[in-house]
Design a protein around this ligand. Structure first.
Ligand code: KG4
Ligand code: ZN
Length: 357
């Protein structure tokens, strides 16, 4: 068994959690949404400053909520990549200092590996291999989870991430920031069939057939064409009268859910994976949950969506990934630096064997 305190400051949530293997003992998430709302998106400099102010109280609160002292903590972790460098530095420097002070192993965690692990907190018996559909503000990936630290990205977005598309379309429709939850809410009042929008298929190349015989990359997605289609439609509809925002939101959301569902099912089928775990902020989307659950049921796949608070950024998922590495005898060097991006395939380069004491 391993108990880890983890700090997550990769973007706009200051989060600290204590996890024992796959059990959450405490989880604090302080959202900076209000701070960034006026700017319509995350302002990196403001995010770092807010993390600095909030990180120490969040650590104290996490320990208090779990009723634990430092003696009971086996390792201290922080998200080291990918993310905003200044923001990542705050959590990482805090974790390294505490690791030195209390003589504990330090673990630098890959944020996307954290999102994969969110499902374990809800499904402690889940074991690889499985397919993870990771849909967040920065990523849209289909990941073959083969073993701890052994991941292959089978599909990704060619342009905007799914969450980014939600945020941009929400801005177009004047729904504010963050866009995903706003579109999800408004779409409940709209007709998803009101507008037919492009799903964004990716051609494998111009020499590989056109028209009916065209070949497409089956697992990659593209949302920039869809976003532009919503923009054009919005411009045209504005000339005709009040904007039918609920119908636009519902049609857009349903198109994204359809594109993601198709790709996830095709990928699971082709790679013989019977389980699909969904992670990332967009996994909170009600229409994606509905469409993917229905498709998986009818095709005989098991699908897991973590509870909403584990879909969006949190430190419990980071601690869970760190517990797994610690139990396998891995920890990170205090020299490990934060990085704005690192391929998921390189996760094990963040670790070295725990030195014998
Ligand atoms: O995983 P996350 O919290 O942060 C990143 O690592 O990016 O994801 C944030 C993204 C935002 O783009 C937000 O609009 C989207 O997740 N999101 C949603 C929903 N809740 C959050 N998108 C669609 N429907 C939702 N209910
Ligand atoms: Zn995230």
């Amino acid at each position: 068994m391993a108990t880890v305190l983890a700090i997550e400051t990769s973007c706009d949530e200051t989060a600290v959690a204590i996890v024992k293997d796959r059990e959450v003992l405490s989880s604090i998430v302080s959202s900076q949404i209000e701070l960034h709302r006026t700017y319509g998106g995350v302002v990196p400099e403001l995010a770092s400053r807010q993390h600095l102010e909030w990180v120490n109280p969040a650590i104290a609160q996490a320990l208090e909520n779990a009723q634990m002292s430092w003696d009971e903590i086996d390792g201290i972790a922080a998200t080291v990549t990918p993310g905003l460098v200044g923001a990542l530095l705050v959590g990482t420097m805090a974790a390294k200092s505490l690791a030195m002070l209390y003589h504990k192993p330090f673990l630098g965690v890959h944020h996307l590996e954290g999102h994969i692990h969110a499902t374990y907190l809800d499904q402690p018996n889940l074991k690889p291999p499985f397919l993870c559909l990771l849909v967040s503000g920065g990523h849209t990936s289909l990941i073959h989870v083969k073993a701890s630290g052994d991941y292959t990205t089978l599909g990704q977005t060619r342009d905007d991430a799914a969450g980014e598309a939600f945020d941009k379309v929400a801005r177009l429709l004047d729904l504010g920031y963050p866009g995903g939850p706003a579109i999800d809410q408004l779409a409940k009042k709209g007709n998803a069939k009101a507008f037919k929008l492009p799903e964004g298929r990716i051609s494998l190349g111009k020499h590989q057939g056109k028209g009916q015989g065209a070949k497409y990359h089956p697992y990659d997605s593209s949302f920039s064409g869809l976003k532009t289609a919503v923009l054009r439609l919005t411009e045209q509809l504005k000339l005709e009268g009040p904007l039918p925002t609920a119908d636009l939101a519902a049609s857009f959301q349903s198109t994204v859910a359809k594109a993601l569902t198709k790709r996830a099912i095709a990928c699971a089928r082709d790679f013989n994976l019977s389980t699909i775990a969904v992670g990332g902020g967009v996994a909170a989307n009600s229409e994606l949950r509905r469409q993917l659950t229905a498709a998986a049921q009818s095709e005989g796949y098991e699908v897991f969506f973590p509870p909403l608070e584990l879909c969006t950024d949190n430190a419990a998922m980071i601690a869970c990934a760190a517990c797994e590495h610690l139990l396998l005898g891995r920890s990170s060097s205090l020299q490990l630096n934060v990085q704005s991006r690192t391929p998921l395939e390189k996760v094990l380069s963040l670790y070295e064997p725990v030195p014998a004491v």
